[in-house]
Design a protein around this ligand. Structure first.
Ligand SMILES: C[S@@+](CC[C@H](N)C(=O)[O-])C[C@H]1O[C@@H](n2cnc3c(N)ncnc32)[C@H](O)[C@@H]1O
Length: 191
């Protein structure tokens, strides 16, 4: 049973840990400071591969440094590009876990945020890239400019997915009244 105060990023790591195996392919759609990329690189092992995207050079540099410090850069492809290129880069039905962490680059330019239309298009690509039994996690941030609209759109998108093909679950902290980040998880059904 999750703790009521478990952070959505921690829950996302816990859920991905349950599905990702050594040798798998994983995608970090929003690399930022590289915490999720490093986490995925650790989980896929030396025979696995991680593909990470971010549109900002500063984010790609920060992620590269984090991976190099851990000695894991060899298993990660870094793309300074939009996650709009997810499907063409990863391929269809190949990926065990895709992680999105929406919003802005912490410590960077807060005006550069994920954009609802682009996010929804990339989420659609992520579903096509998932293999059966694969997991997509999306951490949403209501409460910053653009964040409410994007969070609502992600919830509506997840709620409209075909129930025979995908299972969508939302995890929110229950110990706060303020708008706080929440996690949307989508699992592709096994064929
Ligand atoms: C909240 S941060 C990600 C934090 C990161 N997961 C970590 O562990 O440090 C969101 C990131 O999304 C990036 N971003 C915004 N639009 C994007 C797009 N279209 N494609 C890829 N990344 C994008 C931003 O540059 C920012 O670095």
């Amino acid at each position: 049973m999750p703790s009521p105060s478990e952070r959505p990023t921690a829950r996302a790591h816990r859920e991905v840990t349950a599905v990702l195996r050594a040798g798998d392919l994983a995608v970090d759609a929003t690399a930022g400071n590289g915490h999720d990329t490093l986490f995925l690189a650790e989980r896929v092992g030396e025979d696995g591969r991680v593909i990470a995207f971010d549109i900002q050079a500063a984010a790609i540099d920060a992620t590269r440094m984090r991976l190099e410090a851990a000695g894991l850069s060899g298993r990660v492809e870094l793309h300074q590009a939009s996650h709009g290129r997810l499907l063409e880069t990863a391929g269809r039905g190949t990926v065990t876990a895709v992680m999105f962490n929406l919003g802005y680059f912490p410590g960077g330019d807060h005006a550069v945020i994920t954009r609802t239309e682009e996010t929804l298009a990339a989420l659609g690509q992520a579903l096509e890239a998932l293999r059966p039994g694969g997991l997509l996690t999306i951490v949403c941030y209501p409460g910053h400019p653009g964040g409410d609209e994007e969070s609502d759109a992600v919830l509506a998108w997840g709620g409209a997915l075909a129930a025979d093909a995908f299972r969508c679950e939302v995890s929110r902290r229950t110990d706060t009244l303020r708008p706080s980040p929440f996690l949307v998880m989508v699992t592709r059904s096994r064929d």
